[in-house]
Design a protein around this ligand. Structure first.
Ligand SMILES: [Zn+2]
Length: 190
């Protein structure tokens, strides 16, 4: 039987979907790209299909992921950006050579070079992170309200009052916890 890996949690924003491949950073962390193949799978569902990935490239990806997480967290709380994280984001962005391609249907696709596809894909992710951290896109970086998560996410809601990185997991858990706490306080009033 194939090993069961944690499922991906895909959002609408590439860079924060990527940082979401490690969740529960303040609790019991869940690594969603534990093997090079799982990074290949994640890149494929994210529109950045690559043929293969080495353990060293997975390390490069995780280093970029944690750098984006650190920089996005600092930006969300309006703290100074950590210099080491900024350096890694910039290095990955500079190393990538992906080309944006306009399809006949009017959508954008990324063309990666077969020989450097993982590096090219990481370059696209790094550039996406730069655009949200630099405030170029319509939305606001915020931190998930779940104390075991605190993931940085990009809030594009009209009111900019989204509280959780992911409604189906963090949002739901918080609601359930509140429900049980209320039941304990007022037994019989469920
Ligand atoms: Zn969360």
């Amino acid at each position: 039987m194939p090993a069961q890996f944690p499922e991906f949690r895909l959002g609408n924003v590439l860079a924060t979907s990527f940082t979401g491949t490690l969740s529960e950073r303040r609790g019991i962390p869940i690594e969603r790209i534990p093997t090079p193949q799982r990074l290949v799978d994640w890149l494929t569902v994210s529109g950045l299909a690559v043929e293969s990935c080495t353990p060293a490239q997975l390390e490069l990806a995780r280093e970029l992921r944690e750098s984006i997480h650190a920089a996005a967290t600092a930006a969300a709380i309006q703290d100074a950006l950590p210099a080491a994280a900024v350096q890694i984001i910039n290095d990955r962005s500079a190393q990538g050579r992906a080309a944006a391609i306009l399809t006949p249907e009017g959508t954008r696709q990324w063309r990666l070079n077969p020989a450097t596809s993982v590096e090219d894909a990481l370059g696209v992710i790094a550039a996406d992170a730069i655009s949200i951290i630099a405030g170029e896109r319509d939305g606001k970086l915020a931190l998930c309200a779940s104390p075991t998560c605190r993931a940085a996410f990009f809030d594009t809601s009209q009111s900019r009052t989204r509280r959780w990185c992911d409604m189906n997991t963090c949002g739901n858990r918080q609601k359930k916890a509140r429900f049980h706490a209320n039941q304990r306080k007022n037994p019989g009033s469920a």
